[in-house]
Design a binder for this molecule. Structure first.
Ligand code: FES
Length: 150
């Protein structure tokens, strides 16, 4: 199941992050499953505990199934000072979920993250690979509506 991904990388520890990324990106629920951890552990000959350590250290990884659209709202100081708290309230309202949860229709997962490197546009969030900045309540509503209608 993961052979196609493994074929691209030699079995060296240095490739762990790349492999995990690719596994997660290719999973319809955007996470790294237990099966995947076992397969990677066997391929790279590193303990599962080490892989879980990496998966929990980096916030971009998830070991739980997630929605089709993963929203990652930046909570670092520059975004916080520009109102990320308010954006978070709006997102929780519109989606009716708490941080870390997925909407019942499987469309959205709400997460927090550290600086996304575009502080000039604070407050900022990413939805999958797309970055949205200068967020306001209205903008949040529009973005979510657009994705729902797509
Ligand atoms: S602090 Fe939010 S993008 Fe940098």
């Amino acid at each position: 199941m993961y052979e196609k991904i493994f074929e691209k990388y030699s079995p060296e520890k240095e490739n762990l992050i790349y492999i995990l990324h690719e596994i997660q990106d290719n999973h319809p629920q955007q996470y790294v499953s237990e099966d995947a951890v076992t397969a990677v552990s066997e391929y790279l000959k590193i303990p599962r505990a080490h892989i879980y350590g990496v998966l929990t250290f980096y916030t971009m990884f998830s070991t739980k199934p997630r929605g089709k659209n993963v929203i990652r709202l930046c909570e670092s100081p520059p975004c916080f000072l520009k109102g990320s708290e308010k954006v978070l309230r709006k997102l929780r309202d519109v989606l009716d979920v708490k941080v870390g949860e997925t909407t019942p229709d499987g469309l959205f997962t709400l997460e927090l993250c550290a600086c996304l490197g575009v502080c000039g546009n604070a407050p900022v969030m990413m939805i999958n690979e797309d970055v949205y900045g200068n967020l306001t309540d209205t903008k949040v509503e529009e973005i979510i509506k657009k994705i729902k209608e797509a």
